[in-house]
Design a protein around this ligand. Sequence first.
Ligand code: SF4
Length: 209
Amino acid sequence: MEIGFEINLENIDDDSTPMITPSEVIEHIFCPRYTYFLNCLDIDQNEHLRYKVLKGREIHERREKTNFDYLRKRMNCVKKEIAVYLASKKYRVRGVVDEVLWLGDRTLAPLDYKYTEYSDFTFKTHKIQSVIYALLIRDNYSAEVNRGYICYVRNGNKLKEIVYSEKDFFEALSLINEIFEIIKKGYFPPKTKYDARCIDCCYRNICPK
Ligand code: SF4
């Protein structure tokens, strides 16, 4: 039996609604001033390039490892779509989900690949990214999305399941709002509370203490 959800055509990305990407949210988590330098002053000091290189490596690595059948069995996955571009006017985000999975319980879930080692600890950036993909899937397929998966491909394919809470969705939406507030009002946000992040930061030469 075909398990299908209609895609929401109202979400076709016609550039009429300003949108941000999950990577911009991750940069904002790293330091809110990234949002200011990138989106208000339009200064891109190669950090995006670095992100793209890393992402490229992740995808390359993913393509090299094609036998994920046993993982899909574990997730009870009955259908998947690969590299799905989704945009949501409602949530003001757009991005490419590595895989959208149709699960046996008729819910959908994002699967994201990471070129990093597995750790029992889930990084906030990984979790928020997954939650944003969940929002995109929810809005576009009008389907229930209550969990997501991250496959850590370095040193073997280790799978992590993230069961979303309402608090997770609230946090992701608050971050998106925070970013748009900075973009709209153009105010200079407080710096990250972790001084160590400034050491290698591409903006350290122009960022006031
Ligand atoms: S130098 Fe520090 S405070 Fe300034 S943008 Fe970079 S990480 Fe943020």
